[in-house]
Design a binder for this molecule. Structure first.
Ligand SMILES: [Cu+2]
Length: 299
C-alpha cells in the first residue's frame, strides 16, 4: 500500500492480498468473539447444563455455503493475478539476469551489460533468471514480482513498468555473507532515453571500471573508500596491507603483480580481517590488463 504500484500486475497482487487479509480479519474477529461470548455465557459456574442438539439443516447449509463462497472468491481473484504474472506476452524485450554472490548483472540482447536494470516505460520486459552459485531470489517490491534464481536452471518473470523512476531490487534468499548488500535498482526511463542508452551511449567510459561493474566486483568492493565484503578499491595501488599467504602473515605494498594474482587466484594472498569468500571470476588477459590499469588509477 505504501510502496507505489509501478507495474501492470502490482494492482492485481495488492487486490488479492487485501481481499484475503480482510476475509481473514473478519473470520479472526468473528470466531474469537463468538468463542469468548460462549465461554462466558455458558460458564459452568453460571449453572448452565449441557444439552445435546441433533440436526439443524438451515445451520448446516449456512456454514457450508459461506466458507465455500469465501474460498472461491479468494481462488478466483488469486488465480486471475497468478495467470497474469505467469503469462508472458509475445512481444517482449528479454533481459538476462545473472545472480552471483553478491551482485546482479543484467545482460541485453545486443551484448550490453549493466549492474542496473534499465527498462523503457510502458513496454513489457521478460527477465530470464539464473544463478552462478547458490540460491538467490530476485524481488522488485514496487512491481510486486519475485522469483528464485536457481543454479543449473532458468526461471522467468515479466512486467510492464507503468511509472517512471528508480525502484529497489532486493535479494530475498539468504545467500551468505554479502546477502544484505545484494542490491540494485530498476531504472524506468522514457522510451527515447532508453533507446539512446541501449544503442550505444551506455557502452562508453572507462573500460576497466566497466569490467569491474560487469564482472560483479563492485558487489563486494567499493570505489569510495568504504570497506564492504572485501577491501575498497579506492587508493588500493601502493597501499600497505597485511595478507595471509599459505597460513602465514606478511606485509606487502600493493602493486600490479599483486592485483593480477589476487584476481586470478583470490585465495593466494588473503587480506587480513576479510573473509576468504572471493570467487574465481574468469577474465581474459586483455581484461586483466584493463582492470589492473583502472585499479592503479582509482585514487
Ligand atoms: Cu542473493
Amino acid at each position: 500500500m505504501f510502496i507505489p504500484e509501478a507495474s501492470n500486475s502490482a494492482h492485481y497482487v495488492d487486490t488479492t492480498f487485501w481481499v484475503i487479509v480482510v476475509i481473514s480479519a473478519v473470520l479472526l474477529v468473528g470466531v474469537t468473539s463468538a468463542m469468548l461470548f460462549l465461554i462466558f455465557r455458558y460458564n459452568r459456574r453460571r449453572g448452565a447444563k449441557a444439552e445435546q442438539v441433533q440436526g439443524g439443516t438451515a445451520l448446516e447449509i449456512i456454514w457450508t455455503v459461506i466458507p465455500v463462497v469465501l474460498v472461491l472468491v479468494m481462488f478466483v481473484i488469486g488465480e486471475k493475478s497468478f495467470r497474469l504474472i505467469r503469462s508472458v506476452p509475445r512481444e517482449v524485450m528479454t533481459v538476462r539476469v545473472d545472480a552471483r554472490q553478491w551482485s546482479w548483472m543484467f545482460g541485453y540482447d545486443n551484448g550490453l551489460r549493466s549492474d542496473q536494470l534499465r527498462v523503457p516505460l510502458g513496454k513489457p520486459v521478460k527477465l530470464r533468471l539464473s544463478s552462478a552459485d547458490v540460491l538467490h531470489s530476485f524481488y522488485i517490491p514496487a512491481f510486486r514480482i519475485k522469483e528464485d534464481c536457481v543454479p543449473g536452471m532458468e526461471t522467468y518473470l515479466w512486467f510492464t513498468p507503468q511509472q517512471q523512476g528508480s525502484f529497489d531490487i532486493f535479494c530475498t534468499e539468504y545467500c551468505g555473507l554479502g546477502h544484505s548488500g545484494m542490491l540494485a535498482k530498476v531504472l524506468v526511463m522514457p522510451e527515447k532515453e532508453f533507446t539512446d542508452w541501449y544503442t550505444g551511449s551506455g557502452a562508453k567510459g572507462n573500460r576497466g571500471l566497466q569490467l569491474l561493474q560487469e564482472k560483479g566486483c563492485l558487489g563486494c568492493h567499493t570505489t569510495d573508500g568504504t570497506p564492504k565484503v572485501g577491501p575498497t578499491f579506492k587508493g588500493i595501488y601502493g597501499r600497505t596491507v597485511t595478507v595471509i599467504t599459505a597460513g602465514k602473515e606478511r606485509t606487502i605494498a600493493v602493486d600490479g603483480d599483486y592485483l593480477k594474482r589476487s584476481i586470478l587466484d583470490p585465495g593466494a594472498d588473503m587480506v587480513k580481517d576479510f573473509p576468504p569468500v572471493m570467487p574465481k571470476i574468469p577474465v581474459t588477459p586483455e581484461e586483466l590488463e584493463a582492470i589492473e590499469d583502472s585499479l592503479e588509477h582509482l585514487r
